[in-house]
Design a protein around this ligand. Structure first.
Ligand code: SIN
Length: 303
Protein backbone atom coordinates (compact mmCIF):
# COMPACT_ATOMS: atom_id res chain seq x y z
CA UNK A 1 0.00 0.00 0.00
CA UNK A 2 1.27 3.46 -0.91
CA UNK A 3 1.90 6.08 1.76
CA UNK A 4 -1.00 8.56 1.54
CA UNK A 5 0.34 10.79 4.33
CA UNK A 6 0.81 14.49 3.70
CA UNK A 7 2.41 17.08 5.95
CA UNK A 8 1.97 20.83 5.63
CA UNK A 9 1.47 23.96 7.71
CA UNK A 10 2.40 22.04 10.85
CA UNK A 11 -0.25 19.40 10.18
CA UNK A 12 0.46 15.73 9.66
CA UNK A 13 -2.52 14.15 7.88
CA UNK A 14 -2.87 10.40 7.39
CA UNK A 15 -4.12 11.14 3.88
CA UNK A 16 -4.79 14.30 1.84
CA UNK A 17 -8.61 14.02 1.79
CA UNK A 18 -10.67 16.43 3.88
CA UNK A 19 -14.38 17.05 3.69
CA UNK A 20 -15.18 20.59 2.54
CA UNK A 21 -16.82 23.03 4.91
CA UNK A 22 -20.57 23.28 4.56
CA UNK A 23 -21.02 19.89 2.94
CA UNK A 24 -21.13 17.64 5.99
CA UNK A 25 -22.16 19.86 8.89
CA UNK A 26 -20.19 18.67 11.91
CA UNK A 27 -19.82 15.11 10.62
CA UNK A 28 -22.77 13.47 12.40
CA UNK A 29 -24.59 12.28 9.26
CA UNK A 30 -21.48 10.98 7.46
CA UNK A 31 -20.42 9.16 10.63
CA UNK A 32 -23.49 6.92 10.21
CA UNK A 33 -22.13 5.77 6.85
CA UNK A 34 -18.40 5.27 7.44
CA UNK A 35 -15.76 5.73 10.11
CA UNK A 36 -14.66 9.38 10.02
CA UNK A 37 -11.22 8.23 11.19
CA UNK A 38 -10.64 7.17 7.58
CA UNK A 39 -10.46 10.84 6.61
CA UNK A 40 -7.32 12.93 6.53
CA UNK A 41 -9.45 15.69 7.97
CA UNK A 42 -12.91 17.06 8.41
CA UNK A 43 -13.56 20.72 7.80
CA UNK A 44 -16.72 21.74 9.61
CA UNK A 45 -19.50 24.14 8.65
CA UNK A 46 -18.67 27.84 8.64
CA UNK A 47 -18.99 28.84 12.30
CA UNK A 48 -19.93 32.33 13.45
CA UNK A 49 -19.94 34.03 16.86
CA UNK A 50 -23.73 33.84 17.14
CA UNK A 51 -26.10 31.11 15.92
CA UNK A 52 -27.52 31.72 12.42
CA UNK A 53 -30.57 30.29 10.68
CA UNK A 54 -29.19 31.23 7.28
CA UNK A 55 -31.10 32.54 4.29
CA UNK A 56 -34.79 31.81 3.56
CA UNK A 57 -35.67 29.05 1.08
CA UNK A 58 -35.40 28.22 -1.73
CA UNK A 59 -31.67 28.23 -1.10
CA UNK A 60 -30.36 25.20 -2.94
CA UNK A 61 -30.80 23.85 -6.46
CA UNK A 62 -29.16 21.38 -8.78
CA UNK A 63 -27.66 22.79 -11.99
CA UNK A 64 -26.00 21.12 -14.98
CA UNK A 65 -22.91 19.53 -13.43
CA UNK A 66 -23.26 21.46 -10.22
CA UNK A 67 -25.08 22.72 -7.20
CA UNK A 68 -26.12 26.28 -6.47
CA UNK A 69 -26.48 27.21 -2.79
CA UNK A 70 -27.33 30.30 -0.85
CA UNK A 71 -27.43 28.69 2.60
CA UNK A 72 -26.13 31.82 4.31
CA UNK A 73 -23.89 30.26 6.95
CA UNK A 74 -26.54 28.44 8.98
CA UNK A 75 -24.75 27.18 12.08
CA UNK A 76 -25.34 26.82 15.84
CA UNK A 77 -22.74 29.45 16.82
CA UNK A 78 -19.27 28.97 18.24
CA UNK A 79 -20.28 28.25 21.85
CA UNK A 80 -22.50 25.30 20.84
CA UNK A 81 -19.80 24.06 18.48
CA UNK A 82 -17.30 24.04 21.35
CA UNK A 83 -19.73 22.45 23.84
CA UNK A 84 -21.65 19.98 21.64
CA UNK A 85 -19.92 19.36 18.34
CA UNK A 86 -16.27 19.22 19.39
CA UNK A 87 -16.81 16.39 21.95
CA UNK A 88 -18.44 14.37 19.15
CA UNK A 89 -15.63 15.11 16.69
CA UNK A 90 -12.90 14.31 19.24
CA UNK A 91 -13.94 10.64 19.10
CA UNK A 92 -12.35 10.30 15.67
CA UNK A 93 -8.72 10.05 14.69
CA UNK A 94 -8.90 12.75 12.04
CA UNK A 95 -7.76 16.37 11.80
CA UNK A 96 -10.63 18.69 12.71
CA UNK A 97 -10.45 22.00 10.89
CA UNK A 98 -12.89 24.66 12.09
CA UNK A 99 -14.05 27.05 9.37
CA UNK A 100 -14.67 30.49 10.90
CA UNK A 101 -16.75 33.26 9.34
CA UNK A 102 -17.41 36.80 10.46
CA UNK A 103 -19.66 39.73 9.68
CA UNK A 104 -17.17 42.25 10.97
CA UNK A 105 -13.41 42.03 10.88
CA UNK A 106 -13.10 41.72 14.66
CA UNK A 107 -15.41 38.66 14.68
CA UNK A 108 -12.51 36.65 13.26
CA UNK A 109 -10.20 37.66 16.11
CA UNK A 110 -12.85 36.74 18.71
CA UNK A 111 -13.54 33.39 17.06
CA UNK A 112 -9.83 32.55 16.86
CA UNK A 113 -9.36 33.45 20.55
CA UNK A 114 -12.33 31.31 21.61
CA UNK A 115 -11.19 28.29 19.59
CA UNK A 116 -7.45 28.55 20.27
CA UNK A 117 -7.29 26.32 23.32
CA UNK A 118 -10.19 23.98 22.50
CA UNK A 119 -8.84 20.40 22.54
CA UNK A 120 -9.02 18.49 19.27
CA UNK A 121 -8.85 21.36 16.81
CA UNK A 122 -6.06 20.88 14.27
CA UNK A 123 -6.38 24.17 12.38
CA UNK A 124 -8.63 27.11 11.58
CA UNK A 125 -9.91 27.75 8.06
CA UNK A 126 -10.63 31.47 7.73
CA UNK A 127 -13.67 31.91 5.54
CA UNK A 128 -13.38 35.23 3.72
CA UNK A 129 -15.18 33.89 0.67
CA UNK A 130 -18.81 33.01 1.45
CA UNK A 131 -20.87 34.66 -1.33
CA UNK A 132 -24.20 34.35 0.51
CA UNK A 133 -24.15 36.89 3.32
CA UNK A 134 -24.86 40.60 3.27
CA UNK A 135 -22.19 41.65 5.76
CA UNK A 136 -18.69 40.28 5.46
CA UNK A 137 -18.22 36.91 3.76
CA UNK A 138 -16.87 37.24 0.25
CA UNK A 139 -16.58 41.02 0.58
CA UNK A 140 -13.60 40.39 2.89
CA UNK A 141 -11.85 38.12 0.42
CA UNK A 142 -11.95 40.20 -2.73
CA UNK A 143 -9.63 43.01 -1.60
CA UNK A 144 -6.00 42.13 -0.76
CA UNK A 145 -5.86 44.73 2.04
CA UNK A 146 -8.95 43.40 3.85
CA UNK A 147 -7.93 39.78 3.33
CA UNK A 148 -4.51 40.56 4.81
CA UNK A 149 -5.97 42.47 7.76
CA UNK A 150 -8.25 39.60 8.74
CA UNK A 151 -5.46 37.08 8.32
CA UNK A 152 -3.18 38.98 10.66
CA UNK A 153 -5.97 39.43 13.24
CA UNK A 154 -6.42 35.64 13.30
CA UNK A 155 -2.67 35.00 13.17
CA UNK A 156 -2.12 37.10 16.30
CA UNK A 157 -5.07 35.51 18.13
CA UNK A 158 -4.12 31.83 17.78
CA UNK A 159 -1.22 29.44 17.72
CA UNK A 160 -3.23 27.01 15.54
CA UNK A 161 -2.31 26.73 11.85
CA UNK A 162 -4.20 29.38 9.88
CA UNK A 163 -5.62 28.35 6.50
CA UNK A 164 -7.30 31.13 4.52
CA UNK A 165 -10.13 30.06 2.19
CA UNK A 166 -10.07 32.11 -1.01
CA UNK A 167 -12.83 33.24 -3.33
CA UNK A 168 -12.72 32.62 -7.09
CA UNK A 169 -14.83 35.75 -7.59
CA UNK A 170 -11.82 37.99 -8.08
CA UNK A 171 -9.78 39.26 -11.01
CA UNK A 172 -6.53 37.73 -9.74
CA UNK A 173 -6.60 35.08 -7.01
CA UNK A 174 -2.78 35.15 -6.82
CA UNK A 175 -2.86 38.74 -5.60
CA UNK A 176 -5.12 37.73 -2.66
CA UNK A 177 -3.03 34.61 -1.95
CA UNK A 178 0.15 36.70 -1.80
CA UNK A 179 -1.50 39.22 0.52
CA UNK A 180 -2.61 36.57 3.02
CA UNK A 181 0.76 34.82 2.84
CA UNK A 182 2.50 38.10 3.73
CA UNK A 183 0.01 38.57 6.59
CA UNK A 184 0.96 35.24 8.19
CA UNK A 185 -1.31 32.57 6.67
CA UNK A 186 0.16 29.07 6.99
CA UNK A 187 -1.79 27.77 3.98
CA UNK A 188 -4.56 28.72 1.56
CA UNK A 189 -7.56 26.65 0.55
CA UNK A 190 -9.21 27.27 -2.79
CA UNK A 191 -11.66 27.65 -4.29
CA UNK A 192 -14.89 28.57 -2.54
CA UNK A 193 -17.98 28.69 -4.77
CA UNK A 194 -18.38 30.74 -7.93
CA UNK A 195 -21.12 33.37 -7.75
CA UNK A 196 -24.10 32.34 -9.89
CA UNK A 197 -27.87 32.43 -10.24
CA UNK A 198 -30.87 30.69 -11.81
CA UNK A 199 -34.22 32.03 -13.00
CA UNK A 200 -37.59 30.32 -12.65
CA UNK A 201 -39.04 30.91 -16.14
CA UNK A 202 -42.66 30.25 -15.08
CA UNK A 203 -42.51 32.80 -12.27
CA UNK A 204 -40.13 35.01 -14.23
CA UNK A 205 -38.20 35.58 -11.04
CA UNK A 206 -34.83 34.47 -9.63
CA UNK A 207 -35.08 30.90 -8.30
CA UNK A 208 -33.10 31.52 -5.10
CA UNK A 209 -34.70 33.73 -2.48
CA UNK A 210 -31.29 35.35 -2.06
CA UNK A 211 -31.19 35.89 -5.89
CA UNK A 212 -27.56 34.78 -6.18
CA UNK A 213 -25.79 31.72 -4.81
CA UNK A 214 -22.48 29.88 -4.95
CA UNK A 215 -21.87 27.23 -7.60
CA UNK A 216 -19.99 24.07 -6.63
CA UNK A 217 -19.61 20.63 -8.20
CA UNK A 218 -17.92 19.17 -11.27
CA UNK A 219 -18.82 22.15 -13.50
CA UNK A 220 -16.33 24.12 -11.44
CA UNK A 221 -13.34 21.78 -11.68
CA UNK A 222 -11.37 23.25 -14.59
CA UNK A 223 -11.63 26.75 -13.10
CA UNK A 224 -10.58 25.54 -9.64
CA UNK A 225 -7.68 23.53 -11.04
CA UNK A 226 -6.43 26.52 -13.04
CA UNK A 227 -6.51 28.67 -9.90
CA UNK A 228 -4.62 26.07 -7.85
CA UNK A 229 -2.02 25.87 -10.64
CA UNK A 230 -1.57 29.65 -10.73
CA UNK A 231 -1.53 30.04 -6.95
CA UNK A 232 1.15 27.35 -6.60
CA UNK A 233 3.40 29.53 -8.75
CA UNK A 234 2.60 32.68 -6.82
CA UNK A 235 3.09 31.68 -3.17
CA UNK A 236 5.37 29.45 -1.08
CA UNK A 237 2.74 28.37 1.45
CA UNK A 238 0.90 25.07 0.89
CA UNK A 239 -2.44 24.83 -0.91
CA UNK A 240 -5.54 22.77 -0.16
CA UNK A 241 -7.34 22.38 -3.48
CA UNK A 242 -11.05 21.93 -4.02
CA UNK A 243 -13.77 22.44 -6.60
CA UNK A 244 -15.67 19.60 -8.23
CA UNK A 245 -13.51 16.69 -7.10
CA UNK A 246 -15.60 13.53 -7.61
CA UNK A 247 -13.09 10.72 -7.99
CA UNK A 248 -9.45 9.76 -7.47
CA UNK A 249 -8.41 11.08 -10.89
CA UNK A 250 -9.85 14.51 -10.10
CA UNK A 251 -7.98 14.52 -6.77
CA UNK A 252 -4.73 13.53 -8.48
CA UNK A 253 -5.11 16.44 -10.91
CA UNK A 254 -5.29 18.89 -8.01
CA UNK A 255 -2.24 17.37 -6.32
CA UNK A 256 -0.25 17.32 -9.56
CA UNK A 257 -1.15 21.02 -10.01
CA UNK A 258 0.35 21.75 -6.59
CA UNK A 259 -2.18 21.00 -3.85
CA UNK A 260 -0.75 19.36 -0.71
CA UNK A 261 -4.25 18.16 0.21
CA UNK A 262 -7.75 18.42 -1.20
CA UNK A 263 -11.34 18.76 -0.03
CA UNK A 264 -14.42 17.07 -1.39
CA UNK A 265 -17.83 18.69 -1.11
CA UNK A 266 -20.71 18.39 -3.56
CA UNK A 267 -19.58 14.86 -4.55
CA UNK A 268 -20.73 13.52 -1.19
CA UNK A 269 -24.29 14.71 -1.86
CA UNK A 270 -24.83 12.27 -4.71
CA UNK A 271 -22.44 9.66 -3.35
CA UNK A 272 -22.04 9.81 0.43
CA UNK A 273 -19.33 7.16 0.16
CA UNK A 274 -17.25 9.32 -2.21
CA UNK A 275 -14.50 9.84 0.41
CA UNK A 276 -13.64 6.17 1.08
CA UNK A 277 -13.98 5.41 -2.63
CA UNK A 278 -11.58 8.21 -3.59
CA UNK A 279 -9.05 7.02 -0.99
CA UNK A 280 -9.20 3.48 -2.38
CA UNK A 281 -8.79 4.87 -5.90
CA UNK A 282 -5.74 6.91 -4.89
CA UNK A 283 -4.11 3.90 -3.32
CA UNK A 284 -4.77 1.84 -6.43
CA UNK A 285 -3.41 4.54 -8.76
CA UNK A 286 -0.24 5.04 -6.73
CA UNK A 287 0.44 1.30 -6.54
CA UNK A 288 -0.29 0.89 -10.25
CA UNK A 289 2.15 3.69 -11.11
CA UNK A 290 4.92 2.63 -8.72
CA UNK A 291 4.61 5.79 -6.61
CA UNK A 292 5.51 5.00 -2.99
CA UNK A 293 4.37 8.30 -1.45
CA UNK A 294 1.54 10.58 -2.54
CA UNK A 295 3.54 13.60 -1.37
CA UNK A 296 5.98 12.91 -4.25
CA UNK A 297 3.39 14.01 -6.82
CA UNK A 298 2.58 17.41 -5.30
CA UNK A 299 3.17 19.98 -8.05
CA UNK A 300 4.68 17.36 -10.35
CA UNK A 301 2.73 18.63 -13.37
CA UNK A 302 4.20 22.11 -13.06
CA UNK A 303 6.54 22.74 -15.97
C1 SIN B 1 -23.16 29.25 2.88
O1 SIN B 1 -23.42 28.85 4.02
O2 SIN B 1 -23.86 30.13 2.34
C2 SIN B 1 -22.01 28.70 2.13
C3 SIN B 1 -20.73 28.90 2.85
C4 SIN B 1 -19.61 29.37 2.02
O3 SIN B 1 -19.73 29.49 0.78
O4 SIN B 1 -18.54 29.64 2.56
Amino acid sequence: MADLGTAFAGLQLKNPLLTASGTCGYGRELAQLFDLSLLGGICVKGTTLEPRLGNPPPRIMETAGGLLNSVGLQNPGVEKVIEEEMPFLRQFDTAVVVNIAGHQEDDYRLLAEKLDAVPGIAALEVNISCPNVKNGGMAFGTQPETAARITSLVRRATSLPVIVKLSPNVTDICEIAKAVEAAGADAVSLINTLLGMAIDVEKQRPFLANITGGLSGPALKPVALRMVWQTYRAVSIPIIGMGGICNAKDALEFMLAGASAFQIGAAAFHNPLAAPEILAGLDQWLDGHGVAKISDIIGAAQC
